[in-house]
Each structure stands twice: as structure tokens, then as C-alpha cells.
Design a protein around this ligand. Structure first.
Ligand SMILES: [Zn+2]
Ligand SMILES: [Zn+2]
Length: 112
């Protein structure tokens, strides 16, 4: 067995990824890039989509999606980012990322 995994259809071409459905090693030429991932053939894309829709028809994975929780989460992240930026602004005296980075490096050189 060779060290590199070769494409299932092209034994001379190294595989760049594997099919999301059947896990077959596939080269860049065979790769079908889909929003769901990489597949070796349209048959696998179809099977994968059928499988997915069956999962959703069964009620899906027991993942409770709450819009309110998502909004609260996003809100927290935004607040956190603002707080960090404001803190950095007061610490470094700038909002320009390049200048901020330079000042940050200078600050660290002073600390250590
Ligand atoms: Zn496949
Ligand atoms: Zn191939």
C-alpha cells in the first residue's frame, strides 16, 4: 500500500478528499463540491440528500433550536466584542488594527 491515498477512479492521482457519503478517496478531478461537502458522484449526492431529508422527516436530531437563545447568544458576543475593543482602545489609544497590533507588541515588550 502506498503512503498516499489514491483516487478511487484514478489510481495514479492522489486523493484530495473523501466522499461525504461513501468515504471513497477522490482526486480534485472527481471531486463534486456541493454546499454539503465533497462527493464522489451525483449518486452519492442524491443518497446523502435523501438520507438528510429522512432525518428531518423523522423529526431531526433532538436539537432544540431556540431563536431567543440564539439572539441572546449573538447579543452577548457583540457586547463582548465591543467591551474588548473599547478596553483595547483605552489601553492602546487607537482603533486602527495595525496601530493596535504595533502598540500591543510594544506593551508586551514593556511587560516582559
Ligand atoms: Zn461517494
Ligand atoms: Zn479521480
Amino acid at each position: 500500500m502506498s503512503a498516499r491515498t489514491m483516487c478511487r477512479r484514478h489510481p495514479t492521482k492522489p486523493a484530495v478528499t473523501s466522499c461525504k457519503r461513501c468515504s471513497a478517496p477522490i482526486c480534485s478531478e472527481c471531486k463534486l463540491a456541493m454546499p454539503e461537502g465533497a462527493f464522489c458522484s451525483m449518486a452519492c449526492v442524491k443518497e446523502f440528500r435523501d438520507f438528510q431529508s429522512r432525518i428531518w422527516a423523522d423529526g431531526g436530531p433532538r436539537r432544540r433550536f431556540s431563536l431567543r437563545a440564539t439572539i441572546r447568544y449573538l447579543f452577548t458576543v457583540v457586547i463582548l466584542v465591543i467591551v474588548i475593543v473599547v478596553a483595547l482602545y483605552f489601553w492602546l489609544g487607537t482603533t486602527d488594527p495595525v496601530e493596535m497590533w504595533e502598540n500591543l507588541r510594544r506593551q508586551f515588550r514593556l511587560l516582559f
